[in-house]
Write a protein that binds this ligand. Sequence first.
Ligand SMILES: [Zn+2]
Length: 378
Amino acid sequence: MGRGRKVNLVASFSAYLSRLTFLLVILIVMGCTILPIRVAIVFTPTPFPSLTPTLTLSATPTSILFPTVTRFPSATPTFTPFPAPTRLPSVTPTSTPFPTVTPVPSPTFTATPSPQIKYVVIISLDGLRPDALEQANTPILDDLRTKGAYSAAAKSVLPSVTLVNHASMLGGMSPTKHGIYWNEDNPNLGLINGPTLFSVAHQAGLSTAMIVGKSKFRHLVLPDSVDIYDLAGYFDRQVVNHALKVIQAGLPNVLFIHLPNIDSTGHALGWMSPGQLLAIYEADSLVGEIVTALDEGHYLNQTLLIITADHGGNGLKHGSDSVEDTTVPWLAIGTGVPPRILKTHPVMYDTAATALYALKLPIPPEWDGRPILEIFEK
Ligand SMILES: [Zn+2]
């Protein structure tokens, strides 16, 4: 009896053991099949398109390590240092090299643009200070500077913020005339007062495009003035990817490319910080990709390329009338533009005028901007 019970106990214990083993096997099998699926679900489709090999090569930590847009304050339209129209200080910058407006082109000019120029490409490196350009590792821009006309003392208009200055850069006028006194994306605030570089070029039958990294640029797009308006994303890599596609599909006569990351890293990590210098290094290699695309499309000998910025910065911000906030680099490269350090220091609105002049288009009489003729002097 006692022995029989013992046998029974042993039998039920071994049955229990075999059930436990079976369960364990099931669990292991499930673990092997389900876990990889879960891992795969977690790791497969990254929503950020910027993970291309070139990004890794250019050693920029901004997009790789911090892939969330929210990390960069100025990538969102919340950054509004000058929201009210009444706060707009002096309209014109103190140094105005060309106070009066004369019709262009005119035979009195000693410097004429090359008749070959059919395209103008403007690259704006948002927030780039000329002294940051000196400190950062920028092999491409260093090389371009040996081939073009350069000023390290171009001036922003006031307030020294992104939208106000791009309105001048592309609209040829001081803020009182172009009417963009705000720095946010706000559909209630309307559009720039024209004419703009794009509206003049488009009316003359030329094709135009804007590839930008901030949504507020739509305030600068007048009806029937920009053939391709592309908010490519909030990272330089995304903007340049789209710009390369546009160039490869056929370079528009006027192409504006806006790279936002130098400004974003300035707001997040500080102007002149190692992080911002790294962002400048990345922008440098991306400028190289744009130039390569222009070269491969055989556009370079017909193109005036202007590389500049909208404003500088200091600490984590900009917007003041300080030298740090209002001094920007300005570089023109192209056929008939000999290498030189410019004696003329362009004001923000001179970029649009120089672009129209290079394209042999008339400069609107109401514009403040004057072409930087010195770049065409032999
Ligand atoms: Zn900014």
